[in-house]
Ligand binder design. Structure first.
Ligand code: FMN
Length: 371
């Protein structure tokens, strides 16, 4: 806990994906119509905060990957509004470097850091949905070039957010004697997350990030991925880790499995939307190879993380991931609000009590990695 926020910082921490796409699973769920409105997102995140969630991830797309006709909430304007509306939850705003000049984005981020009184984080994501970029007339460089551009972009943003006078003359950016005010009133700078599963994504987080977001997948993979990032060259505190997952928790396993079957049936109705996502996806994006291996409900790995089962089973699996080094669990549900309430009431207390009874909370992330 920090005195500043009263929130849990060493983990396990729990977060929810803001509903900026309108749904994270089926577009045909009878109790969860697609709704990406500001009002829905505001109420969702205020509820998450009241329930004790530590964090929210505000993903970034300018157009909805599932349908050209669907609404999509814009990340940075919505995050500014959430900063003014909420009081304690961490706001992780995703950013695709191709979409903003680094000086402009750093200034916006510094201002949201002020409005939120030190609660902003950035999730640097290097783009995979080609139509979003190409139909705007922006060049979509191939995979590794996007990461090279993103790495240089993040160098500028990171230094500006740290309050430095930035002289940067690189391949992509020429920044001359730039300094932003105010910065650093609440802490050194906002936290930097990185999402992406390829080698350049791993290098980027080891080199410049604070937290690496892993797509939902089985525990053994997650262990391997963490070990891979942990052994990369790094200056400063060890990288911390977050995991994306879609949760289906019920009083008993049979009820959870029945609910999972219902989700699979609903997903079949979504086939036309899935086709648009696949057609627009960069074939080099490594995360799609992982998704192909582990079909799942939800995005970014979703149920492939295995958080489907009885309340006790889900709590036990979370503890296992936490022991493997996961600090923040970034969760999706459907229907979102009702299921996140259930998770807060039934699963989080079980996780806390498992960790208290076996003393595992003392292990922490660094201990679990042997770092
Ligand atoms: C937790 C998480 C959140 C992500 N959020 C976004 C997002 O908001 N917008 C986006 O375009 N990509 C998002 N991504 C996708 C990645 O940033 C990246 O584009 C993708 O993984 C392809 O890169 P890769 O080849 O390194 O895997 C996210 C990835 C993860 C793991």
């Amino acid at each position: 806990m920090t005195a500043e926020t009263g929130r849990n910082t060493s983990g396990p921490r729990f977060g929810v994906w803001a509903n900026v796409y309108g749904t994270w699973a089926s577009a045909h769920h009878p109790e969860d119509p697609v709704d990406a409105s500001w009002e829905r997102n505001r109420e969702q995140i205020l509820l998450a905060e009241r329930l004790g969630y530590d964090s929210t991830l505000i993903a970034q797309h300018l157009v909805n990957p599932h349908s050209a006709d669907w609404d999509q909430l814009e990340t940075w304007t919505a995050t500014a509004a959430l900063a003014a509306t909420t009081t304690s939850i961490e706001l992780i705003a995703a950013i695709k470097p191709l979409l903003f000049h680094p000086v402009v984005l750093a200034k916006q981020a510094a201002t949201i850091e002020e409005i939120s009184r030190g609660r902003l984080s950035l999730n640097v994501v290097n783009a995979w949905f080609r139509p979003e970029i190409e139909q705007a007339g922006i060049v979509f460089p191939e995979h590794d070039s996007r990461y090279a551009y993103g790495a240089e972009w993040l160098q500028v943003v990171r230094r500006l957010l740290s309050g430095e006078v930035v002289d940067h003359h690189g391949r992509y950016f020429d920044v001359d004697g730039y300094q932003l005010h105010p910065t650093g009133r609440f802490r050194t700078r906002p936290q930097l997350y990185v999402g992406g599963e390829s080698d350049p994504a791993k290098d980027l987080v080891a080199d410049q990030g604070d937290v690496w977001f892993i797509n939902g997948q089985p525990l053994d993979n997650v262990r391997r991925l963490i070990a891979d990032v942990a052994r990369r060259p790094r200056v400063g505190a060890p990288v911390r880790y977050g995991l994306a997952a879609f949760v289906i928790a019920r009083p008993d396993e049979a009820a959870a499995e029945a609910e999972l079957r219902r989700h699979w049936a609903l997903k079949e109705l979504d086939e036309p939307y899935a086709e648009r996502v696949i057609a627009g996806a960069d074939q080099q994006a490594v995360m799609f190879a992982t998704f192909a291996k582990y079909p799942a409900i939800g995005t970014n790995g979703g149920t492939a993380a295995g958080l489907v089962g009885s309340y006790d089973q889900v709590a036990e699996r979370i503890v296992e991931f936490h022991r493997a080094g996961i600090e923040t669990f970034m969760l999706q549900f459907q229907p979102f609000e009702a299921e996140m309430e259930r998770f807060a009431a039934e699963v989080i207390p079980r996780v806390r009590s498992l960790l208290t009874t076996d003393g595992a909370e003392a292990v922490g992330v660094a201990g679990a990695l042997g770092a």
